[in-house]
Write a protein that binds this ligand. Structure first.
Ligand SMILES: [Zn+2]
Length: 71
């Protein structure tokens, strides 16, 4: 089971904790970068072209590293 997932939100792709799930319209979540982001709806066709949040990228990398160390 994945401990995080990439999710388009607030005009960037952020990392959210937990497995991927469906979000409601205008639902907010706290990303790994500590920003509270507004999740993009699944039918937003442009969301996939948004850039990745750099802070989330770094945070996700650290999660992966600690998971590797434990394993
Ligand atoms: Zn972020």
């Amino acid at each position: 089971m994945s401990v995080y997932h990439w999710q388009p939100a607030s005009n960037q792709r952020h990392v959210l904790r937990g497995p991927r799930r469906r979000y409601g319209d205008e639902e907010t979540a706290t990303a790994l970068c500590d920003e509270v982001v507004v999740v993009a709806s699944d039918d937003n066709g442009l969301a996939r072209f948004w850039a990745s949040c750099e802070k989330c990228w770094e945070a996700a990398k650290e999660i992966d590293m600690s998971a590797t160390q434990r394993g």
